[in-house]
Design a protein around this ligand. Sequence first.
Ligand SMILES: CC(=O)N[C@H]1[C@@H](OP(=O)(O)OP(=O)(O)OC[C@H]2O[C@@H](n3ccc(=O)[nH]c3=O)[C@H](O)[C@@H]2O)O[C@H](CO)[C@@H](O)[C@@H]1O
Ligand SMILES: C=C(OP(=O)(O)O)C(=O)O
Length: 420
Amino acid sequence: MDKLSITGGKRLNGEIMVSGAKNAALPILCASLLCSDDITLHNVPALKDIGTTLKLLQQLGVKSQQPQPGTVTLNASQVNSLEAPYELVKTMRASILVLGPLLTRFGEARVSLPGGCAIGQRPVDQHIKGLAALGAEIHIEHGFVVARAKRLKGASIRTDMVTVTGTENLMMAAVLAEGRTVLENAAREPEITDLAELLIKMGARIEGHGTDRIVIDGVERLHGASHHIVADRIEAGTFLCAVGAAGGDIMLRQAAPDTLGAVLDKLSEAGVAIETGPDWIRGTMNRRPDAVGFRTYEYPAFPTDMQAQLMAMNTVAQGTAVIVENIFENRFMHVQELRRMGAQIDIDGPTAVVTGIEALSGATVMATDLRASASLVIAGLAAEGTTTVERIYHLDRGYERMEEKLRQVGADIVRITEAS
Ligand SMILES: CC(=O)N[C@H]1[C@@H](OP(=O)(O)OP(=O)(O)OC[C@H]2O[C@@H](n3ccc(=O)[nH]c3=O)[C@H](O)[C@@H]2O)O[C@H](CO)[C@@H](O)[C@@H]1O
Ligand SMILES: C=C(OP(=O)(O)O)C(=O)O
């Protein structure tokens, strides 16, 4: 299993190209199931989760080609299976995103229930409730969500909480339903907007994406389209936290600063000088950061997917930060690993109190989930001595060549590949 070895204390200086967003690319790949023409996608990041999704789509009968790095063409004219098996779904919860498209286009779908995941229970009851409201006969059978409907019928759906993949699944189901669907309490994440923009290019009639009320008028069929995936705001935010913790001056190219408002505000508050242009963000840090407290909420508030990384920066800040995780009930697993490096963090339920110290000390730590892994890399970059981050397969799910990108800006970081 691969590990990363990081010798901390190097300032980060130079340019990094931001990749396409994992969380936009995953639903968009699944949207290819909605028509029988070619869907061509650009700026698709080379990630393990993308590979898993392509494998799942191939098992369903979708043909895919990658004419050049970052470009994928998908064709779902010969779908021959309507089942997403446990073996693939268990490795990636986003596999649930084939449910809406398969059901609405083919009238049937069997998708394995994703397992309980590291960061929380993450049920899919709202996906099920929404599809039932659209007229699906839907139940759980032998660990699978089994859904059937001759043709879905538009309905008004208000989810009990804001759910990102829930909104995406229901939006994809509604585009081919008969009549109007109104999604109330919809998620407003930029990845929802990116998916809606692709669907509109495919002929869907959608309004209100980017707000909490999305109105979809179903159409008979969709057609081929091409689309450029939006920049990964979480990857960009992760590199900015790294510069906040380790110091330096980095320029992020191909970024989408307008999707990162809450994160850029917090970094500025911590003392990182932030400059932005239409597609770039520059972050400069010449001193120890100031502690910054924050609470995670749905977009446009501070994202849960950045909680661990900003916590890592806070471990070396001046002062004390209070951090509240409101989205997932078990998303502090990086804390005990950060403590191994000397971090002072107390946890009480969803609240973490971080008292900054002058310097962390390198240690061997274990990555437990995707963003926890990123926080350990940030801590390693800021620490004295060498940090070994084990189990980085989590990191490879969501960061494209992270160690190469960091090396490019002067970090001392290497991947150690060992036979498992
Ligand atoms: C592939 C993808 O885009 N993943 C993102 C997506 O995950 P994901 O879409 O799984 O997260 P949700 O927005 O659905 O989850 C929000 C909250 O709602 C709960 N919930 C959700 C659905 C449901 O049917 N029932 C229910 O109780 C969840 O347990 C969680 O507490 O949004 C999360 C919140 O921004 C991010 O951390 C993930 O990176
Ligand atoms: C939690 C995440 O992803 P997923 O929903 O795919 O587990 C993430 O991207 O931080």
